[in-house]
Design a protein around this ligand. Structure first.
Ligand code: ZN
Length: 259
């Protein structure tokens, strides 16, 4: 008899927003005259014995400096569903943009999983210091990340890798050179936390990325890869869509259960 597969639940934790954005910013070259809203999130994957955090949110100092509307310290947001950031053991960083990596020091005991390609680009490649990339960089968060190199707290992932039974990291470049997403075994099948492979659900549906593009060709291949992997299209989640907060069961303030 095969043992029953490990199943996980996935939660979206909004830590800032909503923010008004031109549609053309989140949906490349589309609807220049229209606006939409986005939120900032991190995510929690809960299994029977394991809790993983996906992305770190933003550190309070940077949020203060940016006067970020609706900001809640990710530590306080996670506490609402019984997650203690200071004791979290595993954090997946999808990519090294400030809204996903700045809060890294809020997880002082966690092992950090990041693609080697992503780490090397943002921490070591001089091109990452050019203006289009600096716009989405938090030097303080990046310095905390860089400090972990060579320690057991940093796992540099090379391509697709299963890190726990039912949890697989997938290399998904396009938005950034080494973005990774998380494929999760759930009661509804394989779900994917796709982070900024899509800002909003429409990116996946219409196969148009956001305007923040490192490699458009890779990005289109990533869409094919993720759509082939996920059990159904509605289990493929974006990074910033306000629907993740409004269209799913609420489990605590600004926290919903996606799957
Ligand atoms: Zn983002």
């Amino acid at each position: 008899m095969p043992s029953s597969p490990l199943l996980y639940k996935i939660y979206a934790v909004k830590y800032a927003g909503p923010f008004r954005r031109p549609v053309a910013k989140v949906l490349w070259n589309t609807d220049w005259d229209k606006e939409t809203h986005i939120n900032y999130y991190l995510w929690v994957i809960k299994g029977k014995d394991e809790t993983l955090i996906v992305d770190c949110g933003m550190a309070p100092a940077l949020a203060n400096r940016m006067q970020l509307e609706g900001y809640v310290n990710p530590v306080d947001a996670l506490a609402r569903i019984g997650v203690d950031a200071s004791k979290t053991k595993k954090v997946v960083i999808t990519h090294v943009n400030f809204d996903h990596v700045s809060g890294i020091e809020l997880f002082p005991e966690a092992t950090i999983y990041i693609q080697e390609r992503e780490f090397n680009f943002w921490i070591k490649d001089p091109i990452a210091q050019k203006p289009p990339f600096l716009m989405s960089t938090d030097p303080v968060g990046n310095a905390h990340l860089a400090k972990l190199e060579g320690t057991e707290r940093l796992v540099l992932v090379k391509g697709d890798q299963v890190i726990l039974p039912g949890i697989e990291l997938l290399l998904a470049p396009g938005h950034t050179p080494g973005l990774q997403v998380v494929a999760v075994n759930t009661a509804q099948g394989t779900a994917i936390l796709g982070s900024d492979c899509a800002h909003i659900f429409r990116n996946y549906k219409e196969e148009i990325p956001s305007c923040f593009i490192a490699d458009m060709v890779s990005w289109m291949k990533t869409y094919d890869k993720l759509k082939a992997k996920v059990s159904s299209p509605e289990l493929l989640f974006p990074g910033h869509d306000t629907k993740m907060l409004t269209d799913y069961p609420k489990v605590a303030e600004d926290i919903t259960r996606l799957v």
